[in-house]
Design a protein around this ligand. Structure first.
Ligand SMILES: [Zn+2]
Length: 117
């Protein structure tokens, strides 16, 4: 039974503006997509680790890294979406939030319980 490890969540695909495919040269057919890795305990996400973003051509189905792009317009569009639309997801901190709330409850509980002395 695996109680901790890494998992990933998909970054939804988004169309890149302009540019052409480095392989088939098809115009305006490139999409950006990827995934974000996170550390989990009992399938509850605790900490985001890293993201992997790549580009897919909808014409030839080729998968390309940013370094393979030859078109400057495509590089700018890729970087714009990569930096603005692939942010860290709040629910990747769910485990840390749960542990923090539990610790706060443990520390404040003695102040609200009545002593019978
Ligand atoms: Zn292509």
């Amino acid at each position: 039974m695996i109680i901790f490890g890494t998992s990933s969540s998909a970054i939804p695909p988004e169309k890149l503006n302009g540019g052409y495919c480095p392989y088939c040269k098809a115009e305006n057919k490139m999409w950006i997509q990827g995934y974000r890795k996170y550390f989990h305990i009992f399938w509850i996400p605790f900490l985001p680790l890293w993201k992997k973003v790549y580009s897919v051509c909808s014409h030839c189905k080729g998968v390309f890294e940013k370094q393979e792009f030859q078109c400057q317009k495509l590089i700018i569009s890729f970087e714009n979406i990569e930096h603005n639309k692939t942010k860290v997801l709040w629910y990747h901190f769910t485990g840390i939030i749960i542990v923090t709330v539990l610790l706060i409850l443990i520390f404040i509980t003695p102040f609200f319980t009545k002593s019978n002395i």
